[in-house]
Design a binder for this molecule. Structure first.
Ligand code: KIV
Length: 265
């Protein structure tokens, strides 16, 4: 079976079909997600926490991302691979293009994800000009969080909501082909998803996004420490991990996850 492409995900949005996304960091999980109907992986820099034991994503290096992205790509045949640009890997447009090209060439990423809004437009335009497909990431941007209690819902007041919505529009205009929205009110997630023609994948952004993503270790109840409101343990009540993944995919596709109890107002 050929690998899913960004065109497949765009068609899914156009047809109103929900997109099920999970994080992956290694070949074995990649194969399981592949077998159970996940449409796209994010090889996320959340690996800094769930794999490496750091308290933030900032310690993750380019070499780490290349290594994990290559492992995921080797472990799978079908699922679309989106890989994070780690902290400070895109300080200049030239550095961003060099590093993103490594994720594509060595890490076999089909798309790179970069956090940030209007301040990243020059970098994003350089990536697009270099023919590197880009996914944006707005709302809560974990690489900007410096304190353990800094993981907060974004866009709750009118000014910050308008800024996130305008950033989303600017990113699409600059050539971004998909967007992750993290920890924002569900009404803002709905507004941005309907305003953009690119697929919008939510994590704590309400049920009306075009798709959903969770950190796989959160979705399986493996992660310890603070549990965000949007996290649901899909392994609970299921016989094994394969069934948990299928249950997540089904719930995303039929719109029963996230529910109001997983969403912010
Ligand atoms: O690093 C990560 O896991 C992410 C999530 C939004 C999926 O970026």
């Amino acid at each position: 079976m050929p690998r899913i492409t960004i065109q497949t995900l765009q068609q899914m949005k156009a047809q109103g079909k929900k997109i099920a996304v999970l994080t992956a960091y290694d070949a074995s999980f990649a194969a399981m997600l592949d077998d159970n109907g996940v449409d796209a992986y994010i090889v996320g820099d959340s690996l800094g926490m769930v794999i490496q034991g750091h308290t933030s994503t900032r310690a993750v290096s380019m070499d780490d991302m290349v290594y994990h992205s290559a492992n995921v790509a080797r472990g799978s045949k079908r699922t679309f691979v989106i890989t994070d640009m780690p902290y400070q890997s895109a300080a200049t447009p030239e550095q961003a293009v060099t590093n993103a090209q490594r994720l594509v060439d060595e890490g076999n990423a089909q798309m790179v994800k970069i956090e940030g809004g209007r301040e990243q437009l020059v970098v994003i335009e350089a990536l697009v000009a270099a023919n590197i497909p880009v996914c944006g990431h707005l709302g809560l941007e974990p690489q900007s969080v410096t304190e353990p209690d800094g993981y907060k819902v974004q866009g709750r007041d009118a000014d910050s909501a308008a800024r996130i919505a305008e950033d989303a529009r600017l990113l699409e205009q600059a050539g971004v082909q998909a967007l992750v929205l993290e920890c924002i009110p569900s009404s803002l997630g709905a507004q941005i998803s309907s305003a953009l023609s690119i697929p919008v994948i939510g994590i704590g952004a309400g049920v009306d996004c075009d798709g959903q993503v969770l950190v796989t270790y959160d979705m399986l109840g493996i992660s310890r420490g603070h549990k965000a409101k949007f996290v649901r343990n899909f392994l609970a009540g299921q016989p094994d991990i394969d069934a948990a993944i299928r249950s997540y995919v089904d719930a995303v596709k039929n719109g029963t996850y996230p529910g109001p109890q997983h969403s912010y107002q």
